[in-house]
Structures are given as structure tokens and as C-alpha cells.
Design a protein around this ligand. Structure first.
Ligand code: A2P
Length: 343
């Protein structure tokens, strides 16, 4: 019998979170072959439910036994590194494929780190855990990989403008609350908790913790993850900045190539790249912006131009929805590729 129509028992660890909720929407939109949905979160969420295809599903507590008890075959983890560290092996022991949205497994040697438009070949039929890269890395490699194939990257310098959704629901709530307080002339009384400083009407050049080399963990994720995904060892330095935007990350990329770069050729290449939309008509004020990318599954790229002083350098601006492209959509696309291999 053909297993073309096989449907899966899908668990979502972190179903009450920003990425978990988006995963539910995307599974529905993409008509994911789902036999049963098992929403999981912490004990705090027991008694609450999520809505999927118009039906209510009670949230269950994440425990070591729940994966086997519920017969979960694909488990999306999006509840933070410590939860993945604690429970992913229980899921794999129960026979589930784990697609992990946290940073916990990303740099583990034998665990594939995948952006399906860039390195789908790293997904294997017998993979037990597949890691989803950091949100800033995903949109960046979607732009870098096709350009690398043409011009060969030597070095990248990236500055990010990252939305508050990267800090989960509490990050989004904090920005909204601070803006409300600003308009009520009460902002002084707001004590930041999701970020080290007030985020409303501010920028914070600090995402994740600082390391001994003066970079942040977020910045080093962009270095290490992009090299692992693209199987290359080009130089990369990042400056990651939190901005008061709700849910789309923007990035300025300065890319130095081994070959001379050409802006028109770069536009052509990116136009034919999967998951990328080129909007680069400056005379019509058409360039990527966070509000354009929000709630979409594409990475928008524009402001493509050759450096004034070095013909091997291209400057590019790209934007993508952090919760979708940077997390949930990428995770579902990984699952779809894995399912296609299993046929
Ligand atoms: P809960 O709502 O029960 O705390 P976000 O990234 O938007 O902050 O969401 C984090 C997600 O991770 C939420 O669904 C949250 O569930 C879940 N979570 C946090 N801690 C745990 C835990 N110890 N076990 C399982 N899920 C957890």
C-alpha cells in the first residue's frame, strides 16, 4: 500500500507561546497531514486550550511520558533550550522526530541544522532531531546562499534590527505596554523585564548574553550557524540590535565576494531563489520594510548595490517575519521535507 496519505500525530511543546501559536496557524494553512494534535506546555497552562481548525484542544503538561502516551510522531519544540534539553530525548525514545526551535542542539555535530531552501540535503530519513536555526540566521542564509553560489563569499558584515517577538510573547507585550504608558504620560514607571532597558522609542545593541570575546551569544549564533548550514568557512561579524518593532527582523548585509559583484545579476539570482522576494525599485520607494514582511512566509530583499570603493562588495537589506520565516514556517517546511523522504 502506498503511504502517500500517511498522517502524523503532531506534538507542539510550547503551544501557548508566540511560535507555538503560529505553528498551529501554519499547520492549518499548509494542510499538514495531521492525524492528531497534542498541544503541550508547562503545568501553568493546564486547563487552558488552543484552537486548531475551529476546534478546541486542551493543553497538556510536558512530561517525559507524554510523548509515548500520546503516540507523538513529530514533535515541534519551542519552549526554550532547557525544555529541549530535558524532554527531547524522551520524545525521540518514544519514536518521534524532534524539530527543535531552540539553540540547544544547533551546533551538535551529528544534528542537522536546516533551512530547507538552502541545505535540504542535510535532512535524512533516519534523522531523529533536526535543529531549526536562529531567526536572524535563517533570513540571512536565504539571501547569502544563492549569491555565494555565483560570486563566492569571502566575508560578511551584518547589522540586525530585531523585533521584540524574538523574546517571545513577553517581549511583544512589553513593547505594547510601554507604548501605552508613553501615550498616558506614565512611561517612567515601567520597569523593563523582557529586555535590559526600555525598548519603546529606543534601540538596544544587546541580544542574549555577552561572551568573553565581547560579542553576544546572538551574534555568535549568526557566525557559527551560517557556516554550518552553508558548509563554508567565510568570515562573518555581526552586530545584533533590538528595535521597537513587533515581529519582523531587518538586516543590513555587507558581503565581500571573491569574484567581482554585479547588482543586476544579484537581483536576477535572488528573484529566482526559493523563499525570497526582491523589492528593489528605489525610485518607486519600493524596498523591504518590516510591515511588508509581517505575516508572510518570504524573505524580502532590496537596496542591492555595489560598494562605492570595492567592486567585490555588495550591500543588501533584507526583512522577514521573525515568528514565521525565522521559526514556525521553517520548522514546518523541515517536517514536510522529512515526510517527502519517508514516502
Ligand atoms: P506556558 O505558557 O505554560 O509557560 P514564548 O516564547 O512566547 O514566551 O512561549 C514559551 C512557551 O514555552 C510557552 O508555551 C510556555 O508554556 C512554554 N514553556 C515554558 N516553560 C516550560 C516548561 N518548563 N515545560 C513546558 N513548556 C514550557
Amino acid at each position: 500500500m502506498s503511504n502517500d496519505k500517511k498522517e502524523y500525530v503532531v506534538g507542539i511543546v510550547g503551544a501557548s507561546g508566540a511560535v507555538g501559536e503560529e505553528l498551529l496557524l501554519i499547520l492549518e494553512e499548509r494542510k499538514f497531514p495531521l492525524k492528531k494534535l497534542v498541544p503541550l506546555a508547562s503545568s501553568r497552562s493546564v486547563g487552558k486550550s488552543v484552537t486548531f481548525k475551529g476546534k478546541e484542544y486542551p493543553i497538556l503538561e510536558t512530561t517525559h511520558d507524554i510523548f509515548a502516551q500520546q503516540g507523538i510522531e513529530i514533535a515541534f519544540f519551542s519552549a526554550g533550550s532547557s525544555v529541549s534539553e530535558k524532554y527531547a530525548s524522551s520524545a525521540t525514545k518514544a519514536g518521534a522526530l524532534v524539530i527543535d526551535n531552540t539553540s540547544f542542539f544547533r551546533m551538535h555535530e551529528n544534528i542537522p541544522l536546516v533551512v530547507p531552501e538552502v541545505n535540504p540535503e542535510d535532512i535524512k530519513k533516519d534523522s531523529t532531531i533536526i535543529a531549526n536555526p536562529n531567526c536572524s540566521t535563517i533570513q540571512m542564509v536565504q539571501v547569502l546562499a544563492p549569491l555565494h553560489r555565483e560570486f563566492e563569499i569571502e566575508r560578511v558584515d551584518v547589522s540586525t534590527y530585531q523585533a521584540v517577538s524574538g523574546a517571545g510573547k513577553k517581549g511583544m507585550e512589553e513593547l505594547v505596554l510601554q507604548m501605552q504608558k508613553f501615550f498616558a504620560f506614565e512611561l517612567d514607571s515601567t520597569i523593563p523585564s523582557a529586555f535590559p532597558h526600555q525598548i519603546a522609542l529606543n534601540l538596544i545593541p544587546h541580544i542574549d548574553t555577552f561572551l568573553d570575546n565581547d560579542y553576544t551569544k546572538e551574534e555568535m549564533k549568526m557566525v557559527n550557524e551560517s557556516r554550518k548550514i552553508m558548509h563554508t568557512d567565510f568570515a562573518l561579524s555581526a552586530t545584533c540590535v533590538r528595535v521597537p518593532i513587533l515581529r519582523s527582523h531587518s538586516e543590513t548585509l555587507t558581503i565581500r565576494f571573491k569574484k567581482e559583484a554585479n547588482a543586476n545579476r544579484a537581483r536576477e539570482i535572488l528573484k529566482s531563489s526559493q523563499g525570497v522576494i526582491v523589492c528593489d525599485e528605489p525610485n518607486k520607494n519600493n524596498y523591504p520594510m518590516p510591515i511588508m514582511a509581517t505575516n508572510t512566509d518570504e524573505t524580502f530583499v532590496g537596496r542591492i548595490r555595489v560598494d562605492n570603493f570595492d567592486k567585490h562588495i555588495l550591500h543588501v537589506f533584507c526583512v522577514a517575519d521573525q515568528i514565521r520565516v525565522g521559526a514556525a514556517t521553517n520548522a514546518v517546511r523541515i517536517a514536510e521535507k522529512w515526510i517527502a523522504l519517508s514516502k
